[in-house]
Design a protein around this ligand. Sequence first.
Ligand code: ADP
Ligand code: MG
Length: 679
Amino acid sequence: MPELTTDIRYIKGIGEKRAEALGRLGIRTLGDLLCYFPRDYEDRTAVRPIAELLPDETACVRAMVAAEPRLTHVRRGMDLVKLRIVDESGGAEVTFFNQSYVRDRLVPGETYIFYGKAGGTLLRKTFTNPVFESEASAGTLTGRILPLYRLTRGVSNRLVMTAAECALDACGDVLPELLPAEIAERYALAKVGFAYRNIHFPADQESLTLAKRRIAFEHLFVRACAVQKMRQMQQKVRGQYIPTPSMEEFFDSLPFSPTGAQRRAIDEMLCDMASGRRMSRILQGDVGSGKTLVAAALLWAVQKAGYQSAFMAPTEILAQQHWKTLQEFLAPFGINVLLLTGSMKAREKSAVKAALAGGSCHVVVGTHALLTEDVAFYNLALTVTDEQHRFGVAQRSTLHGKGAHPHILVMSATPIPRTYALVIFRDLAVSVLDELPPGREKVDTFSVTESYRARLNGFIRKQVEEGHQVFVVCPKIEDGEEGESRLKSASEHAEELQKLFPELTVACVHGRMKPKEKEAVMAAFAAGETNILVSTTVVEVGVDVPNATLMVVENAERFGLSQLHQLRGRVGRGKAKSYCVLVSDTASEETKNRLHVLTKTNDGFEIARADFDLRGAGDILGEAQHGRLFDLATLEMFRTTQSAAEELYKDNPDLAGEELAPLRARIAGLFAANEGTWN
Ligand code: ADP
Ligand code: MG
């Protein structure tokens, strides 16, 4: 009996070679094949009268071969078969290039279904190389919605279709039903067998929609359940009990009053840390929303309770900046904040390590390497990670898995709508800073074409003459890379600007430089020694240069919206009015609209939402390979599956019972590779 785990060589016509080719697509078993969803579909259901075909319309016609097909050798290596077809409405000329065998397959007087694009004129219609089937045996390539699969060398669409059909026949009825009947009923979801058959071979558009909806729902629901399970496991991890202090003493010491959002986030976290369980929380907030202060408040509370904390930044220069800021906040309370980075002298390092081991250092600030180095803590109770980019769950658990279980706070500058965040960060509870400190001026943003170059250069000069600094970001490092010569390269562009502004200092920094060199260039810019810094996106990692007032992004079409917003956040950090100019010569309306979003709003959450709407949920979930499937994974479906999973776990925390056995097994499978997390 074939099962989902049966090797694909079970299928007739799939031997060693084809199995290997399919293996490259990740297809090894019948189950893999069933889950190899089409990337798109071609609707070949419409059969149209020839006379009504519009120029360039792609459709099927049901027509009779009117006369013997004629074969001609045009020249060496080029054969033509020409014939005339007719239906009740009219006729068309059909030409096949280099397919001389069709001459014998098309019998005069017989009727066939032809599928192709109509050419010629309204009066004289033509088809070139149409697909055809005899009327009697039609339905494989014509008259249906054809699945289109992602292919590779040695794998044709026809092969995947045939194999998928075999797999469906063999085990379409042993597909596990992962959804509890009650949920399937409540949300009117199609049955699993129907869904898998119709996602591959849709009976019609409506069945396809039902199938996609059911499969997207199932996919999200299983992940939502895994999130619940992860939360359950987290609940069991104990964390240091940090009694909740009155924060007024700390707040009173600040030069400003915390925003409502900051207070709320601090309360949520203090509540976590006083629960006896380990806190795992992410703080999301737009650039400039004041995340550092939230972290400082926690560091303060943890020290007050007698424990140590560690604060990690993505680069040394950021670690230094954070160290200075945190010292300002905490030193007045006698809290000992020390810096520990790789470039420090051995003697300085061992002094810091000794202070950490002995307990006289209360807060250590460093890079992500901090916890992986041989650092011993006296009583570490909290780690704060300032992460600019999404950081994997697995990485997080190795980082925090060592020794005790300190509370975890992750700070992210990539705002993500809360509902998506639950899926993406799964092991983390989410706090949001959705309010900027008062008096923040928005960064004026312009989207311009190459024709503005001269004016842009004038603007750059003006900013520098007023004593400010300028960031210029390019999408690639050197010319010739990727063979895309139209892209601005950082190094060449820096040279150009230097020629243009001989009296100014132009520096260049890119990801290929050694970390030491990079840091040196960044540090010089931060210190005001450089007027213009041309870079690849390395500046994304948030170095604070309050004197920088202009951000120019070249080939802006190459960046995602959230990334552009992130880049824009590098300016507007000081008192002076700041600007962002997005340069793009894109012809695509969609891209123009995308860039336009940035000129309209400075709200990171709004931008993130627009980005997700434009890119689709599949992209966010890292499951873009499922193509259009996640078109239907709307925000609404995210919410629904999350609350359905939550309810299920509330009623039945162990997912006990026969009916849920397939779901239990699937979730266990997700966790199998990596205990405590999944990828
Ligand atoms: P980010 O969330 O991007 O890390 P920061 O923590 O760097 O933001 O804060 C940006 C700036 O806002 C800092 O100069 C900080 O001192 C200031 N700031 C933070 N909170 C407030 C507040 N409540 N009122 C006024 N200024 C604030
Ligand atoms: Mg920050």
